[in-house]
Ligand binder design. Structure first.
Ligand code: PNW
Length: 486
């Protein structure tokens, strides 16, 4: 069931708060300023030959380090309830460790948080959105189990510094993208390309680091700070091509995000059975002495189980799945372990990003799956958005947002406990290895202008009206010749 073609005015129920998101490396700039340490993204973007489109870097990005007041002004123009941003670990702890706190870097986050709170915009803070201190990356990053201590120590500093005012915390943004894209493949640093091995080590250490931090917050800060804390997972919807491939699609879901969701949100905890069995069987058949998937000890299973106050969902798109017996993937590898092939339909509306097509019913299916599989947890939609190549009239993005919010409201009507919706992104930003070529912003950023002028797109007017009226009106046409105002 999905009512996405319904073209009447649809009320948004009370209790769902709306915001937008960004991440530190994608917007801050000020790469070396005021004592910031080097992150893996600083390091990666300056490699030769340059690994990013047009040799773009985040050295200046949107210059948000200096322009936080304009950023908050845009939040006010939109009428946001909250803004989700991330902290740069290497800006706060330039040595990676807690021996030295960079006061100037801390001041930037205090300024941003205080400016937001002055206008009643709640900060939602992600501790880790992909920019790891380079020194920790050199020591193995998320494959080194000591990262559990490094991350927990860093998180404690953040709670001490900002937790008096920050009531929504996210530990780690999208473990799948970090582990699979960075450790199993070559799309993001450390570009290890050790698929079917390093990606699984990364998954385990991320889960333990997340859970350890969760319990540390509960023990040391919950009483005095009274915030809520969880994780944001990338939830891609996998739809079977036909009845024959129902199981193949379920395998893809379990490998792609069940590997993180099952240990945290299921009643039994631990990695999904299918993932444990499949990787163990394949490993033995391939001549390994043990499974390439690390075990979670009984203590680790207990530590991780239940370690999130809510299910944070970053959702963008859907893939069709079918099973293939003769693998087209190298062995061993993560995709060989999944044992299925995926594609997107030509008829689905395409974004500027190759991997992103608009499939609103996939969002509905994903929300339904989370409700039924994990006993209807509170859900924070922490990212959802669509890319273009730029331009102020972005009707494709408007259509995407309307249809996806509509699909979300279908899930709410069915009983999903959805607490927040977050548009990615407030403004264009450094889109990782695509540089500045793919635009996700409600506001367009002019990268030829040293002051990085931000201009409201048509979608900003529409999003503002959805929030103001608390309703979806598919026929609303804004007048974009009138400047957007607070
Ligand atoms: C997210 N997928 O990554 C990140 O959290 C953002 O930093 C990023 O800018 C944004 O999406 C847009 O790319 C994802 O393949 C990348 O489904 C790919 C997928 C999902 C999330």
């Amino acid at each position: 069931k999905s009512n996405v073609n319904r073209h009447e005015i649809r009320k948004i129920p009370e209790g769902i708060i709306f915001g937008t998101a960004t991440a530190a490396y994608q917007v801050e700039g000020a790469r070396d300023e005021d004592g910031k340490g080097e992150s893996n993204w600083d390091h990666f973007t300056h490699k030769e030959p340059c690994p990013v489109k047009n040799c773009d870097t985040g050295d200046i990005a949107n210059d948000s380090y200096h322009q936080y007041k304009r950023d908050v002004e845009m939040m006010r123009e939109l009428g946001l309830d909250f803004y989700r941003f991330s902290l740069s670990w290497s800006r706060i702890l330039p040595t990676s460790f807690t021996d030295k706190i960079n006061e100037k870097g801390v001041q930037y986050y205090n300024n941003l948080i205080n400016e937001m709170l002055a206008y009643n915009i709640q900060p939602m803070v992600t501790l880790f959105h992909w920019d790891l201190p380079q020194k920790l990356q050199d020591m193995g990053g998320w494959t080194n189990p000591y990262i559990v201590d490094w991350f927990t120590d860093y998180a404690r500093v953040a709670f001490e510094l900002f937790g008096d005012r920050v009531k929504y915390w996210f530990t780690i943004n999208e473990p799948r993208e970090i582990c699979y894209e960075g450790y199993g493949a070559t799309s993001v640093p450390p570009t290890l390309n050790i698929s079917g091995y390093a990606d699984y080590l990364c998954a385990k250490n991320i889960l333990v680091a997340h859970a350890n931090t969760y319990h540390m917050y509960k023990k040391e800060f919950q009483q005095s700070q009274a915030g809520t804390i969880g994780i944001a997972l990338s939830v891609i919807w996998y739809e079977p091509e036909s009845e024959e491939y129902i199981e193949a699609a379920e395998d893809a879901r379990q490998f792609s995000w069940g590997i993180y969701a099952n240990p945290i949100f299921s009643k039994t905890g631990d990695f999904p059975e299918i993932v444990k069995d499949r990787v163990a069987d394949k490993s033995l058949a391939q001549g390994f002495s043990r499974s390439r998937l690390p075990e979670l000890s009984p203590d680790e299973v207990d530590l991780i189980k239940g370690s999130s106050d809510f299910f944070g969902i970053n959702h963008y798109t859907t893939y069709i799945i079918y099973r293939n017996s003769s693998s087209i993937f190298p062995t061993p590898s993560f995709y060989d372990d999944i044992g299925s092939v995926f594609y997107q339909k030509e008829t689905w509306e395409a974004a500027a990003s190759l991997w992103l097509k608009a499939v609103p019913w996939g969002f509905y299916n994903a929300l339904t799956k989370i409700r039924t599989e994990y006993d209807n947890p509170p859900v924070y939609i922490t990212e959802n958005g669509f890319s273009t190549r730029g331009g102020l009239v972005d009707d494709s993005r408007i259509k995407y947002y309307r249809n996806y919010i509509n699909a979300m409201l279908d899930a709410v009507e069915d009983g999903s406990d959805i607490r927040s919706y977050t548009a990615w992104s407030l403004m264009d930003n450094f889109e990782w290895t695509e540089g500045y070529t793919e635009c996700f912003g409600l506001y367009e950023v002019n990268y030829n202008d040293p002051s990085r002028t931000r201009t409201a797109r048509k979608s900003a007017y529409v999003y503002k009206e959805i929030l103001r009226a608390r309703q979806l009106d598919f026929h609303y046409e804004p007048d974009i010749t009138v400047p957007i105002t607070i």
